[in-house]
Design a protein. Structure first.
Lengths: 110, 595
């Protein structure tokens, strides 16, 4: 489990606006690429406002059933609501941005 | 669960019958896995292919999910093969409720770690595709479930749901990969699919499953719903290719047993009493063969049910178990009616030796009747089975169907060594030896009850038309029912012909009277003889007495004369002596001469 981009100041409780969870199946080229691509997108467009967790289902197979995962890699956006899911290796960025509801610069659209 | 355990103590021989071509010798046979579904292992010649996927397809409500679930449950409970059920269409609750109707306690099996259930939810609307992906998540879940119970059987119900949300190219590639993956692990898989237009399944799942395809059909025929199963394809194995009726109830799925293919039941030499001693005599002294089939035919009111009940009564008296299928009367009505002829079978019902199952034939389709009967016979394990009357079944199906059903039932019973008695109503008032549907050839013994009319009377008679393997009387007997029970009386055969009923009684009375007359005469003559004998003897005695008296008299006279003569001689001697002259011989000389 890797965590990235902690809020800058821990003292002031700045709300995390985007709560993202990426599920991958092992360290395959595709999962590595997906992780990298996603991190890039998040850092570019949501600097400091996101929390990204990466769950390796090979290490936690129970979560696959628990969170109803079939296709991988899959990104689950928990916050902001509504819950949204994205499958693929994030080589195509537009659907991600559209789905996450961001425009370049961090402005929330949807 | 009770129904399941009861069925597990099945007495039917455990041979698996092969259909179609016999397997070649020396060629390695396809390894099979017993499904545990009633009758399926017979149709498929051993079960489903080991380590391969089997496709079960059919329309909505045809029983695919239940079939798949039973495959898993029986595998876990009967053969020690645990399983995984991956459901794509139902929630865990729905699934559990669904299979509870088959008597399966899914929660318990999950708790015992025998079956793992994973319900996959597909929500297509929420996907956005951002690049290439695969279905590893599914593989991971499957792997996890298999490992959690050590499964050897897997059910996927139904993979078609995946087609709703995913890219078809990726999906089909992944499905190919999935089946290879399952095969590599030696999993025996059952997948379900809904019937498509022209294809076996809507999404063409059959392209992945080339080994075994089973088709379930559910249709309504003449207001009765019937279910049929067909093994469409079974690569590498002979199988029955017909449609087999099956039924689903709280004991699971039951495909009709197909023992009619073989006529290789054993023939017993033991005998079973009929319950009527005089009838036993007509069979050479001992009754029916054990395990044989007996037909009792007759027109209305001839006493068929009574005879059948007496047979059952006698069997229960001996402590044997009997099962009576009544198609016309309720158990209460039957027992009440039988009391009027002195048969009290209700006490055996109470003791559990007799079970009466009543059902109007029109209440179910023929197959349902047959399967219910099979179930009842296996659960109760009787030595005697009675069907009363089989002719009512002709109302439910065409003659060939009913004949086929009765054939199968009788074959099944013969395999078990159960003695069967069926009654049959001959139509109308004719006493033709004709039986609707030509079923008489199925039976080893045929008793015919007839009505004989003489004057204004109806009397019953019983004739043995045939009895395979036994010498039997060819005489018709008069068959009487009364509150005391049964009576078989020889009919009177005299110069006037066959007499029954009151005519016979009259003739018998007459015979009796003449017999008495002769007996009287005999007695009198004997008496006369005795008397005259006595008389003569008396006379002889009298004569003897007379003679004795005479004899005594004469004897007396002789003695007197002898004395007188002696006296005279003595006198003469004395005189001679006194005269001193020897006139004649002395007394001594006289007596010497006399000697």
């Amino acid at each position: 489990m890797k965590t990235q981009a902690r809020p800058k100041k821990r003292a002031t409780k700045k709300p995390v606006e985007w709560d993202l969870c990426l599920y991958v199946a092992g360290q395959t080229p595709r999962s590595i690429a997906a992780t990298k691509n996603l991190q890039k997108v998040c850092q570019e467009h949501l600097p400091g406002k996101f929390r990204l967790r990466v769950v390796d289902l090979l290490k936690n197979p129970k979560l696959a059933a628990g969170d109803q995962i079939i296709a991988v890699p899959i990104l689950v956006r928990r916050l902001p609501t509504p819950l949204r899911k994205f499958i693929g290796d994030f080589s195509r960025v537009e659907p991600v941005l559209l789905g996450l509801g961001v425009q370049p610069g961090g402005k929330v659209i949807a | 669960m009770k129904a399941q355990t009861a069925r597990m103590k099945d007495k039917t021989p455990n041979t698996v019958k092969h259909f179609g071509a016999t397997p070649l010798r020396g060629v390695p046979q396809l390894r099979k896995v017993r499904s545990g579904i009633d009758g399926l292992d017979d149709v498929t010649g051993g079960g489903l292919p080991y380590g391969r996927p089997t496709l079960v397809c059919g329309g909505a409500g045809s029983g695919k999910t239940l079939f798949a679930m039973e495959f898993l449950v029986r595998g876990a409970t009967k053969y020690g093969e645990n399983g995984v059920f991956m459901a794509f269409e139902e929630t865990p609750k729905e699934l559990a409720a669904n299979v509870a109707s088959l008597g399966f306690d899914l929660a318990k099996l999950e708790a015992q770690k025998r079956i793992a259930v994973d319900c996959v939810q597909i929500e297509p609307e929420e996907f956005a595709v951002t690049g290439a992906y695969n279905l590893d998540g599914l593989f991971i879940r499957l792997q996890y479930a298999i490992e959690s119970v050590g499964a050897r059987r897997v059910v996927l119900d139904t993979l078609e749901s995946l087609f709703a949300g995913h890219d078809e190219v990726i999906l089909r590639a992944e499905l190919r990969r999935l089946f290879r993956w399952l095969k590599d692990r030696g999993m025996t898989v059952v997948i379900t699919g809904e019937k498509g237009e022209g294809n076996f399944t809507r999404q063409g799942l059959e392209e992945y499953v080339s080994d075994c395809v089973i088709f379930l059909d559910h249709r309504v025929v003449e207001q009765n719903s019937t279910r049929r199963l067909r093994v469409v394809k079974y690569r590498g194995s002979p199988h029955g290719t017909n449609e087999y009726p099956f039924l689903i109830d709280e004991g699971g799925i039951a495909i009709l047993p197909l023992s009619s293919v073989g006529l290789n039941h054993r023939a017993s030499k033991e005998r079973v009493p009929t319950g009527i001693p005089r009838l036993d005599e007509m069979f050479g002294g001992r009754g029916f063969y054990k395990g044989s089939s007996v037909l009792v035919s007759g027109t209305a009111g001839t006493g068929k049910t009574s005879l059948a009940s007496r047979f059952v009564d006698a069997a229960c008296e001996r402590g044997e178990r009997a099962l009576l299928f009544a198609f016309e009367e309720s158990p209460d009505q039957l027992t009440r009616n039988m009391r009027s002829v002195g048969i009290h079978i209700e006490r055996y019902v109470k003791r559990g030796l007799l079970r009466i199952i009543s059902a109007r034939p029109s209440s179910h389709g023929l197959e349902m009747h047959l399967v219910n009967m099979h179930r009842a016979i296996r659960d109760f394990d009787p030595q005697i089975v009675v069907l009363d009357p089989i002719t009512n079944l002709f109302a439910v199906g065409s003659p060939p169907e009913v004949q086929s059903m009765i054939t199968r039932l009788i074959d099944f019973l013969k395999l078990r060594g159960t003695t069967t008695l069926c009654t049959s109503l001959t139509p109308g008032s004719s006493e033709l030896e004709y039986l609707a549907g030509g079923v008489s050839s199925l039976f080893d013994t045929w008793l015919m009850l007839e009505v004989l009319r003489s004057g204004r009377e109806r009397n019953r008679s019983l004739t043995i038309v045939k009895s395979r393997g036994t010498a039997h009387s060819n005489q018709s007997s008069e068959f009487r029912l009364s509150s005391r029970g049964f009576d078989l009386v020889d009919t009177y055969l005299g110069p006037t012909g066959v007499l029954t009923g009151s005519a016979r009684l009259a003739q018998e009375a007459q015979d009796q009277a003449s017999l008495t007359m002769h007996a009287d005469k005999l007695e009198r003559t004997t008496e006369a003889r005795t008397r005259s004998g006595k008389v003569l003897r008396n006379r002889i005695a009298a004569l003897r007495e007379e003679f004795a008296t005479l004899d005594a008299d004469l004897e007396g006279s002789i003695q007197e004369e002898t004395l007188r003569r002696d006296g005279l001689l003595v006198e003469r001697e004395a005189m001679a002596t006194s005269r001193q002259a020897f006139a004649g011989p002395t007394k001594k000389q006289v007596s010497r001469r006399a000697k």
